[in-house]
Design a protein around this ligand. Structure first.
Ligand SMILES: Cc1cc2nc3c(=O)[nH]c(=O)nc-3n(C[C@H](O)[C@H](O)[C@H](O)COP(=O)(O)O)c2cc1C
Length: 256
């Protein structure tokens, strides 16, 4: 079983490709959180995977909330092979260390294979992002690594470690708390381009958006900041502050 979280499709694509090759199923962490059922039976020989994006050199709150409640049921004498892949636009710093600690505390499990996987950046509030078209090279290089290195490692049940540097550890320690505290929804708004299609409400992983009088309203003070609402709005109507109006939108080409 492969647990994933994804705002704009990068991590879902990686989880799906691995699942296709290993005949596994993919499970959306955000849906599990909404369902409130955290018990999963791991059959003997079954692999357990986690795939999600890095946020502020750390772990999205959907992922940390999920993993703290996750209850994997496996034979203590036969620990399952497990893997962790964190997608990023530049660097994950020590996000892997952070997640591994959470998983160890909740389920006494340490991933056998750990990867950081470079994909197009979707962090639009601070700077422009490439479109999927402009990201072709990066997507192609990423696919080569996925197909030729990551998938074979997982299929063969091999080990792969990441050793975060001292700088990585410092970056995560400094930047990650800012994300967990400052996840406010105040800067989101919809322009008159909104067609009231309701997609933003449907895809929001934290149920933070409600359509009221035909327009999205952010009804929670904080969200996980996946930015799916901005990038996936078909009318480009959703903005975050003034800066995003002229910026590109990014969605993985396979993201439906
Ligand atoms: C709130 C937020 C914070 C991010 N922080 C980082 C970061 O610290 N380092 C990085 O390389 N990419 C960062 N990114 C980029 C994403 O991790 C990257 O684009 C990821 O592949 C998106 O995955 P998804 O399409 O599955 O949502 C951030 C994106 C968001 C939305």
């Amino acid at each position: 079983m492969i647990f994933y979280f994804s705002g704009t499709g990068n991590s879902k694509y990686v989880a799906t490709r691995i699942a296709d090759e290993t005949n596994d199923k993919i499970i959306d962490m955000a849906q599990v959180l909404k369902s409130g059922s955290f018990d999963f039976k791991v059959e003997t020989g079954e692999k357990v995977g986690f795939v999600f994006p890095v946020y502020s050199y750390g772990v999205p709150t959907v992922v940390s909330d999920f993993v703290k409640k996750l209850d994997l049921d496996f034979d203590a004498n036969v620990e399952p092979y497990s893997f962790l892949i964190i997608t990023c636009g530049g660097s994950i710093a020590n996000a892997s260390g952070l997640f591994i600690k959470m998983l160890q505390e909740s389920n006494s499990l340490v991933p056998n294979a750990v990867y950081s996987h470079l994909m197009p950046d979707n962090y639009i509030p601070m700077y422009n992002v490439p479109t999927a078209e402009q990201s072709k090279d990066r997507l192609e290089k990423g696919n080569q690594i996925l197909e030729n290195e990551i998938i074979p490692t997982i299929k063969e049940g091999k080990r792969h470690t990441l050793k975060p540097s001292t700088l990585d550890v410092i970056q995560t320690a400094v930047m990650y708390p800012a994300y967990t505290m400052l996840r406010g929804t105040k800067s989101f708004y919809a322009t008159d381009a909104c067609t009231s299609c309701g997609l933003c409400e449907q895809i929001c992983p934290t149920d933070s958006i409600e359509i009221q009088n035909g327009k999205p309203v952010w009804v929670k003070k904080q969200c996980t900041k996946c930015l799916a609402c901005i990038h996936r709005c078909p009318a480009r109507a959703i903005q975050h502050g003034k800066g995003t109006e002229k910026r590109n939108r990014y969605v993985h080409p396979e993201c439906k």
